[in-house]
Write a protein that binds this ligand. Structure first.
Ligand SMILES: [Zn+2]
Length: 746
């Protein structure tokens, strides 16, 4: 019998096709009601939704009830996790004059969500360390490694002082971590208007950008080491789990830290003395930025928190697959927010609900997916991806053998579709994007993406790697690489599940309300996605991904894109090695001839840079050869999959055995150097960048930090994994193109 007739309602079972079924997808679309989505968003974002808040819990019950009413088997999975909430936050300038700063944001005229903020937590950083410190204030720009190198050249020492950094340039948690590593006793981070305030556009409520009082809250846990509950790395936070203590948990910071607004930061920054900063360190505030000095501005910073365990409520809906129940398509979006969270995350949650209801409608008409579909409404994303990470840790072995895809969405905007994740999904996602019209412009989502890239490039704006060529040539637009920043991390980087993260952005001002009390329903429908047109479109995109992936007889992945990605990344590391060599040579020449001394302004302190550990060669040819082998094997598989027509049951079964967990071959059981929780040899968040992806992280970061032996060892590990992947693909190809009977297999 030919598998696929049952599952696909008449479509032929072809290996690796995505099996779009227009009638099914039309029925799905007609099950999504944008008015209803608006009502859900208004309701879900009507009160503060931080972890432990009554409304976040009520929303969990609401989502659970809705899923059940639509025919899903749904359950609540709870975890007990460490989650500090602020009891008292203090920030005051004590010299040259006394000014009280910080505290809750102010109501905004016309936005009734913000009228009563008594149930909202004040601006704070989750997983800073409580403390009470007083010291001189020093401005450190973005507070990234290059900024501290510059301070050192100027003989400015932050030891024993409080630093003030601006948002941008790298992840917020690194700002606190690097401050403490450099000996600072406290850290303040503010939103410069250059980043997301008046320098970008009109501020709320006139426009959507960050008003002077807006503060970006956030987690500063060191999630580049491991995300989730800081007390239970690698283990689910069940009530009886073995726990670290607050003192021994390495992801909790050791100094007090607070986020502040630019209204408050202005009062501090404009009084700073010391030399003026370089131009690149200046934001958009209307005065000259200075470094600060030991005898200038002094601040008092204190934080007291309630460090009790809190309960997380993950809601999981399930539809059991009819023919392949042990293959899971998982889709998630978090539900907790810093305050109301209309854009981040509830617009994404609203898209998820729209899909779940429409899928429920299909169920009622008798349809069943071939594979099992799981829908997850995560709790505790904001403090460090806690709800999703604990869930993945609780179900790790099952996920590693059963999950074939994880689809993530999070905060939502308006504009252009973007997706990032596992390269073997590239072609599949391009096909989905080509099938869905933009809600505002008469073009497909893919055509808009392509036009946007080409116009951007023409106008001189940088576009992502490989995107320009692909846009010009009309081929598939490549998928971006994933680092961190949302609930996909544990799936992709710990469990090795093929993953995609999707959203719309580019034509909104959602960054202006990001993690503030102003991320409200009113802000959202006025300045982010009026009419929820893009929320509705996101439901269609994700719905198609889920329906096609759950319905295809064999998985729709195409692997040549993965091989090309590995080759490209290896080439980037080779370029980095060459750059290190030439930069060392240039620096040596300048140092030996005393050029820094001669070029320096004698009225200022600025010494020559330190000579780094000398660059060495690392031979990447074995990895490159392995990637070539993979490319050949992948092209053969992709071609065979495209040409294959009718598959026998036994072929489908064998292909699924070979390919449904093929990405497990890209995991290292020992993990990445210095951070064993992260196991994916291809993707990780950067140690010293945060959210941004590092591809081939074990090799690339070792080179960046000039630990060349580590880079060599990790090159060999990656090459072995890539070869194993090629072997598996060749086996899969031989299932599609068996040796012809009666003829010797050449
Ligand atoms: Zn979010």
């Amino acid at each position: 019998m030919i598998v696929g007739l049952v599952v696909l309602g008449g479509a032929q079972a072809r290996a690796g096709t995505h099996s779009a079924e227009p009638a099914l997808e039309q029925a799905f679309d007609s099950g999504i009601d944008v008015q209803e989505q608006s009502r859900w968003l208004r309701q879900l974002s009507s009160a503060p939704n931080h972890v432990g808040s009554p409304h976040d819990r009520a929303n969990a019950e609401r989502v659970l009830g809705l899923l059940r009413s639509w025919g899903w088997t749904a359950r609540m999975e709870t975890f007990s996790v460490l989650y500090p909430t602020p009891l008292r936050t203090t920030l005051e300038m004590i010299a040259p004059e006394r000014v009280v700063l910080g505290g809750q944001e102010q109501p905004v005229p016309g936005d009734d969500s913000t009228t009563d903020l008594s149930q909202a937590l004040p601006p704070y950083f989750a997983f800073q360390s409580d403390g009470d410190v007083t010291g001189a204030l020093i401005y450190v720009n973005y507070g990234m490694p290059a900024d501290y190198a510059e301070l050192e050249r100027r003989d400015i020492d932050v030891r024993g002082k409080v630093v003030i950094a601006r948002y941008g340039g790298g992840w917020r948690g690194l700002k606190v971590k690097l401050a403490q590593e450099h000996g600072a006793i406290g850290c303040v981070v503010y939103s410069d208007p250059a980043e997301d305030g008046f320098a970008r556009g009109d501020t709320y409520p006139t426009g959507g950008w960050r008003p002077p009082e807006g503060v970006q809250r956030g987690s500063v846990a060191d999630t580049s080491l491991y995300p989730g509950d800081p007390l239970t790395p690698g283990l689910a936070s069940t009530p009886g789990a073995i726990r670290l203590t607050r003192e021994t948990a390495p992801t909790i910071m050791k100094i007090p830290a607070l986020p502040i607004s630019y209204a408050d930061a202005s009062k501090l920054l404009q009084r700073l003395a010391g030399p003026p900063t370089p131009t690149a360190w200046r934001g958009a505030l209307p005065f000259t930025y200075h470094f600060g000095s030991a005898d200038g501005v002094r601040v008092h910073l204190a934080v007291v928190s309630d460090w009790s365990q809190k309960t997380l409520y993950d809601v999981i809906g399930e539809i059991r697959g009819s023919t392949a129940p042990d293959q899971w398509v998982v889709r998630g979006n978090h539900r907790d927010a810093w305050v109301f969270g209309a854009s981040d995350p509830l617009a994404g949650q609203t898209a998820l609900l729209g899909e779940a209801k429409a899928i429920g409608g299909l169920l009622k008409s008798g349809w069943r997916p071939a594979r099992t579909i799981l829908y997850a409404s995560w709790d505790g994303e904001e403090p460090g991806l806690v709800g999703s990470t604990e869930w993945v840790e609780a179900h790790l072995s099952e996920l590693r053998s059963k999950a074939v895809l994880y689809v993530n969405t999070d905060s939502m905007g308006r504009g252009f579709l973007s997706y990032a994740g596992s390269p073997e999904l590239t072609h599949f996602l391009n096909d989905v994007a080509a099938d869905i019209p933009d809600p505002e412009v008469p073009a497909s989502l893919l055509a808009r993406q392509r036009a946007h890239l080409l116009v951007q490039r023409f106008e001189g704006e940088p576009v992502g790697r490989g995107l320009e060529g692909a846009a010009r040539q009309g081929g598939d637009l490549p998928i971006g690489a994933l680092g961190a920043g949302s609930d996909f991390v544990a799936f992709l980087e710990h469990a090795g599940v093929p993953t995609v993260d999707i959203g719309f952005s580019g034509e909104d001002s959602k960054r202006g309300s990001y993690h503030s009390a102003y991320d409200t329903y009113q802000h959202y429908v006025k300045f982010v996605d009026p009419g929820l047109l893009y929320v509705n479109t996101l439901s269609r995109v994700v719905g198609r991904i889920v329906l096609r992936y759950a319905g295809a007889p064999t998985l729709p992945a195409r692997f040549a894109d993965l091989a090309v990605e590995i080759k490209t990344c290896a080439g980037e590391v080779e370029d980095l090695l060459k750059d290190q060599q030439s930069s060392d040579t240039a620096l040596d020449r300048l140092l030996e001839s005393g050029m820094f001394r001669v070029a320096a302004d004698p009225t200022q302190v600025r010494t020559a840079p330190q000579r780094p550990r000398p660059a060495e060669a690392v031979d990447l040819s074995d990895l490159d050869a392995a990637a070539d082998e993979l490319l050949t094997a992948a092209q053969a598989y992709d071609r065979a999959a495209d040409l294959s027509t009718r598959l026998e049951d036994s072929q489908v079964k064998r292909l699924n055995e070979l390919l449904s967990n093929i990405d497990q071959l890209l995991l290292s059981e020992a993990g990445l150097p210095g951070r064993p929780w992260y196991r994916n040899l291809l993707f990780a968040p950067g140690w010293l960048t945060g959210y941004d992806a590092k591809t081939l992280p074990g090799i690339r970061e070792a080179v960046e930090e000039r630990h060349y032996d580590v880079a060599r060892t990790n090159t060999a590990i990656a090459a072995t994994a890539v070869r194993a992947y090629a072997i598996r693909l060749r086996e899969a190809t031989s299932v599609l193109v068996p040796a012809r009977p009666g003829k010797p297999n050449r």
